[in-house]
Design a protein around this ligand. Structure first.
Ligand code: HEM
Length: 216
């Protein structure tokens, strides 16, 4: 509330302040919560991957609360989060309205056209991803991402309007998943196939019920 524009010295109006806060809540909370929900679901459906992840968390954190430093050492955890947002990108689509006419890759785009970047579709395009409907966190191991096209994966958008909360969101998810899996085991019915509800964000149409057990 004390922030002042560096050039004009102006403060935000009450309306601007309200809009900024709303953006942070809308852009920052629902997206991260959805990504976590899908990640838990994917882990329950892939127990072998869940085991690799739990073993990593147990062996590297030794039961300690994660810190920014120790979180960085959990490489498989980061791969799980990346792969989860490939399978189910919370922001599954983004759009722009053209100001001027242009030609993109041979397509003539008139001024005033809505152009859609279908993140979900690109994340499941077989030209970029083998067996795209399988959950394989190993795809995001350092040696496997080097050759990838920069925009074969863009859950946080790109260019000048890249998500400003991307690193914060990832760290929030790393802490939450590590602390949860240190203490609990989670199960979802193996036969449960969630239906997608692609509105502004990509949510499951119906609730995903899970059983949670305290780890011994
Ligand atoms: C997993 C979590 C998140 C996902 C998947 C996500 C996704 C995105 C995407 C795709 C965009 C670009 C939209 C476009 O170009 O049309 C965006 C922009 C934005 N995000 Fe996120 N986001 C996440 C978390 C957050 C968090 C935690 C915050 C704030 C604390 C945040 C704040 C914003 C803001 C303010 C913008 C607009 C930036 C601009 O237009 O300059 N997001 N986000």
């Amino acid at each position: 509330m004390d922030a002042r524009d560096e050039e004009t010295g102006e403060a935000m109006s009450n309306q601007q302040l309200r809009d900024e806060i709303l953006t942070i809540f809308v852009a920052g909370h629902e997206t991260t919560q959805i990504a976590l929900g899908w990640t838990f679901y994917l882990l329950t459906q892939n127990p072998d991957k869940l085991k690799i992840l739990t073993d990593e968390i147990d062996s590297k954190l030794n039961g300690e609360t994660p810190t920014p430093e120790s979180i960085r050492g959990l490489h498989y955890l980061k791969q799980v989060i990346d792969e989860s947002m490939r399978c189910f990108p919370p922001a599954w689509i983004m759009g722009r309205k053209t100001i001027e006419a242009d030609v993109i890759n041979g397509y003539e785009i008139p001024a005033g056209t809505n152009v859609i970047m279908p993140i979900y579709v690109v994340h499941h395009d077989e030209r970029f991803w083998e067996n795209p409907y399988e959950f394989q966190p190993e795809r995001f191991a350092m040696e496997n991402v080097k050759e990838k096209h920069k925009y074969s994966y863009f859950p946080f958008g790109g260019g000048p309007r890249l998500c400003i909360g991307n690193n914060f969101a990832i760290q929030e998810m790393q802490v939450c998943l590590a602390m949860f899996l240190q203490k609990f085991r989670i199960e979802v019915d193996e036969d449960f196939v969630p239906e997608l509800d692609p509105l502004v964000t990509l949510r499951p149409k119906n609730p995903i019920y899970a059983k949670i057990y305290k780890r011994k």
